[in-house]
Ligand binder design. Structure first.
Ligand code: A2P
Length: 334
């Protein structure tokens, strides 16, 4: 592959930094790299391939000569600046939700629907973190047994809400341990020693009672799997974990799949690691998945309440496979 001129938008953020780390780790062929962020980051530098590179302030003209731009600076920034980049001939891989459900924009998980990439018109969307790890596991099972319904509950890490959210978790843990009342600025309720069934933190609820995160999982799963007929319901929950989203997933299928057959299919699935030995108390854990690129699945068992359904536990690093790594994999496909 020829070296490319690359930009990372939101380079100072948690996901932006992981994007830089991932580009470095995977030896992505780069001719030039531009690190972009807001006015707040003027004068900052970030390490990349042994050098300290300056962070530039994002403007509409930042993309002249850039071939691939990885965006992770929030939906508003993507809505405004991704079209500017595309107009300048740059291909945007966007981690925000701004473009995901646009019919003109491919929504891609490289292990699931890599062929969609060819349809891009300058913008490719990176799916929601909880959706990515789930479809990596569900697609091979869908191909074999056709999934008709999915019921998912998520246990999502605090790093998914950004740097300030992690600071709030640590501060609240200290406050509680010192007998003080925890204060909340990022989350609507204390996240230390607690679970919050609301993602995102503000304007979360829709008129149907679901949160926007839950509806993202429902809508994006259908788009990525290329099957609108899959019925799905989700409950998304923030838990006081640093990094690594965990999910309890129940699927109903047309063809009966035994737990052993599902394990066999998933052992051969790209990007998936089966970790499933109850006799050794072995199953995926967020603390083990953090820092790794694979999606881990375990606790695979036949649902005792249904003749053709399976339960499983899916875990992945929300900043890597759920965001930065998936974006870099898309850039590699490009
Ligand atoms: P900055 O650090 O300059 O605020 P996180 O979600 O981890 O907090 O990261 C958000 C990222 O998005 C940061 O890199 C942040 O830059 C960037 N960002 C937020 N708003 C803008 C904006 N209007 N223009 C450019 N970058 C932005």
């Amino acid at each position: 592959m020829n070296p490319r001129n690359v930009a990372v938008v939101g380079a100072t953020g948690l996901v932006g930094r992981k994007m830089l780390e991932t580009l470095e780790k995977r030896d992505f062929p780069i001719r030039t790299i531009k690190l972009l962020a807001s006015e707040r980051s003027r004068g900052k530098t970030l390490p990349f391939r042994g050098e300290q590179l300056p962070v530039e302030v994002l403007t509409e003209t930042s993309f002249k000569g850039v071939e691939i731009a990885l965006f992770s600076a929030g939906g508003g920034t993507s809505k405004k600046f991704a079209p500017c980049a595309a107009k300048d001939g740059c291909v945007v891989v966007d981690n925000s939700s701004a473009w995901r459900m646009d019919p003109e924009v491919p929504l891609v998980v490289p292990e699931v629907n890599p062929h969609e990439i060819k349809k891009h018109k300058g913008i490719i969307a990176n799916p929601n973190c909880s959706t990515i790890q789930m479809v990596v596991v569900l697609k091979p099972l869908h191909d074999r047994a056709r999934i008709t319904r999915v019921v998912v509950s998520t246990y999502q890490a605090v790093s998914g809400a950004g740097n300030k959210a992690l600071d709030e978790l640590y501060k609240q843990i200290q406050d509680v341990l010192q007998g003080k009342e925890p204060t909340c600025e990022v989350f609507p309720h204390p996240i230390a020693f607690n679970c919050i069934p609301q993602i995102p933190q503000s304007d979360a609820f829709q008129s149907n009672g679901y949160t926007t995160e839950e509806m993202k999982m429902v809508n994006e799963t259908k788009k990525i799997m290329g099957d609108d007929s899959i019925r799905m319901t989700a409950t998304t929950v923030r838990v006081p974990v640093h990094t690594g989203h965990s999910e309890s997933v129940n699927i109903e299928t047309v063809e009966k799949l035994t737990a052993a057959e599902a394990r066999e299919i998933l052992r051969k699935a790209p990007g998936v690691v089966v970790m499933d030995d109850p006799s050794k108390q072995q199953y995926p854990l967020a603390i083990h998945a953090a820092g790794k690129g694979e999606t881990f699945v375990g606790r695979i068992r036949e649902d005792i309440s249904h003749p053709r359904a399976l339960d499983m536990w899916i875990v992945a690093d929300n900043l890597l496979k759920g965001a930065a790594l998936n974006a870099v994999q898309i850039a590699e496909l490009l």
